[in-house]
Write a protein that binds this ligand. Structure first.
Ligand code: ADP
Ligand code: MG
Length: 618
């Protein structure tokens, strides 16, 4: 039965609360929902207003914060207090940004080059996460105003190359804005969903998503198999976008008018006006052959052909990135089934043409390119609301996940580059008689010894009933869900005692750290292998000593005095060699102890078999 509530604030009937889809862009952000009647995705806009909200935050006098178009007006006039391109700062340290410091007109700082950046506005410091939360709050309030109902749950999109800390920062920004972020999804995945790709379970497709926005260019190659999206490769240029087209036009005009640098630095309003006019010219030329306008009594006249000549080198750059993405995925243009156009800059005809000529494939461009990511986020939100249960999103684990076993060895349960969601389990047992608890330590990394990897979590499985060593069956299972959250469960199968823990696997690891851990594992591979062999020999030795001692204490009256003496001697030798010997020396001592115990072990075994047979009638 459907539930109906009344919204006390607005007095309106409240339907099942909507989950919104949000495209939190570098240049523009927007919200989309699934239309309750048509069931198709739509973007939210005020009556005849625009759907796009410029991703800009302005801090005015008296702590007055404005977001969007209102904030955009301050870009030139009040550059130190007008924060744009916050998305570029998410999860970054100053070191990551120092090559582009001239790009930011506001103050980007940090305590040291390693830690995450903050933005200084007057006396205050804001993290990129906080700044993003201002934008998300504005979007949330707009949506509530349009829908006339509270909006508390959202799906937010991020670039496919965002690492875990950038995703986490985006999620936290949502939380700070009062949103429960149900899922973070990749922008190219969202764009595919908007075109209905992946909604058919039988479908297998390889698609290229060409996303040319205001300040960034991304190309992603996705494989869609039975409703699962897998990122095969990504490439792009984080400092190439439609803004560069505007800059080319502005440079062209300045040259035409014969203005000098100094004339420009003193005349800020001219620069602002020129920037806006350049963007207007560009947009006009997406649908017309000529543009003419006036800036400060000077004429701006530009034909489409002239404009194309100005930006051709930039478009060629993006095509080069497409080539790299294909070769990273091990594919050629032949392998691509469809190409999806995303981002406002793909409205430029020469961009569309170049992409079409390069891929020679069907181009999806019927939806507004600057809305398609938000539309797809709304489709995903609808799936999460339970309206399309079968769809999964697929990501990949960057590093192996495993647990510590005897001797500090890493036992990998989910290898790196596994597709998620992923689930696997393995059985372990106890080392000591009557052992009632087992420590499960979870690690991430590629090295053979856990001490060289990164510890994620640890817990104790307690309450294992007393049993001889080796008898309990403890199944440890790893489940990485679609959000990248790892759940580790340990269960003793004979008694049913169980314990589990939730871990965020890659939290806080930067791309650089992941890369370093991988490189380390390669350069140390040989050493690791030797170390592993040694640890394995040591473990085997300890186990042999323990079983031999157990055996003797139970059967000592069946053994000769000589056998006992020799065995104890061999155990003593092994006990020393296991501490100081090499792998081969340990193995030799193990073999020696085995040689000594084999005759009586066999003899007693025969006796046991004889006894057993005597009591049975054949
Ligand atoms: P982002 O993904 O970076 O947030 P968008 O996808 O909204 O940004 O793209 C913004 C860019 O698209 C801006 O540079 C804007 O000038 C450009 N743009 C928007 N409409 C047009 C158009 N009709 N023709 C050319 N460029 C356009
Ligand atoms: Mg975008």
């Amino acid at each position: 039965m459907a539930k109906i509530g009344i919204n006390i604030a607005t007095g309106s009937l409240q339907k099942n609360e909507m989950i919104v889809g949000i495209d939190l862009g570098t240049t523009n952000s927007l919200v989309a929902i699934i239309h309750p009647e048509s069931k198709g995705p739509i973007v939210l806009k005020e009556h005849d207003g625009a759907a796009l909200v410029p991703s800009i935050v302005h801090f005015g006098a008296n702590n007055l914060v404005s977001v969007g178009d209102k904030a955009k007006e301050f870009l030139i006039e009040d550059p130190h207090n007008t924060i744009f391109s916050v998305k570029r700062l998410m999860g970054k340290s100053y070191k990551d940004l120092k090559d582009h410091s001239s790009y930011f007109t506001y103050k980007v700082i940090d305590d040291n080059t390693e830690s995450l950046v903050k933005v200084q506005v007057g006396e205050k410091f804001y993290s990129p996460m906080e700044l993003s939360s201002f934008i998300l709050k504005e979007l949330k309030e707009r949506a509530e105003h349009i829908l006339k109902t509270p909006v508390t749950r959202a799906v937010i999109t991020v670039p496919a190359y965002f690492n875990d800390s950038q995703r986490q920062a985006t999620r936290d920004a949502g939380k700070l804005a009062g949103l429960d972020v149900l899922r973070i999804i990749n922008e190219p995945t969202a764009a595919s969903l908007a075109y209905g790709l992946g909604l058919n379970k039988e479908e297998v497709k390889t698609v290229a998503i060409y996303d040319f926005g205001g300040g960034t260019f991304d190309i992603s190659i996705l494989r869609i198999t039975g409703g699962i999206f897998e990122v095969l490769s990504t490439n792009g240029d984080t400092y190439l976008g439609g803004d560069d087209f505007d800059r080319e036009i502005a440079k062209y005009c300045i040259k035409q008018w014969g203005l000098t640098e100094t004339e420009l630095t003193v005349n800020k309003s001219l620069v602002q006006e020129l920037r806006l006019t350049a963007e207007e010219a560009k947009k006009t030329l997406s649908g017309a052959e000529n543009y003419s306008g006036i800036v400060a009594e000077s004429e701006v006249a530009l034909s489409k052909a002239q404009f194309e000549a100005l930006i051709r080198h930039l478009v060629n750059k993006t095509i080069h990135c497409c080539k790299l993405a294909l070769s990273d995925a091990g594919l050629t243009t032949e392998d691509i089934d469809e190409v999806i156009m995303v981002g406002g800059s793909t409205r430029v005809p020469i961009v569309k043409e170049s992409v079409g000529n390069f891929f020679r494939k069907k181009i999806f461009d019927s939806l507004n390119p600057d809305e398609v990511v938000a539309l797809g986020a709304a489709v995903q939100a609808d799936i999460l609301a339970g309206n399309n249960k079968d769809l999964l999103l697929l990501d990949i684990t960057p590093l192996s996940l495993g647990i510590e076993t005897m001797g500090g060895l890493m036992d990998v349960l989910i290898p790196r580059n596994s597709k998620i969601p992923a689930k696997t389990g393995r059985q372990y047992t106890t080392q000591k008689d009557g052992q009632s608890s087992m420590r499960i330590s979870v690690y991430q990394g590629e090295r053979d010894l856990v001490k060289n990897n990164r510890k994620l979590a640890e817990f104790n499985l307690t309450g294992i009933p007393g049993m001889p060593a080796g008898l309990p069956k403890v199944e440890v299972s790893f489940l990485v869900n679609a959000d990248g959250i790892l759940v580790v469960t340990a269960k003793e199968l004979r008694s049913g005692v169980m314990q589990s823990i939730e871990v965020k696997p890659q939290y806080g690891l930067t791309d650089v750290e992941v890369e370093k851990m991988l490189l380390d594992s390669i350069s140390q591979a040989k050493e690791d292998m030797q170390m592993r062999a040694l640890v394995e020999a040591q473990t085997e030795a300890y186990q042999l000593i323990q079983t031999t001692q157990n055996f003797i204490s139970k059967n000592d009256n069946f053994l000769t005095k000589e056998e006992l003496t020799k065995t104890f001697q061999a155990i003593d030798v092994l006990n020393v060699i296991v501490l100081y010997g090499s792998k081969d020396e340990i193995q030799k001592a193990i073999e020696n102890l085995n040689e000594i115990s084999r005759p009586y072990a066999e003899r007693l075994m025969d006796d046991a078999v004889r006894v057993a047979l005597k009591n049975r009638t054949i």
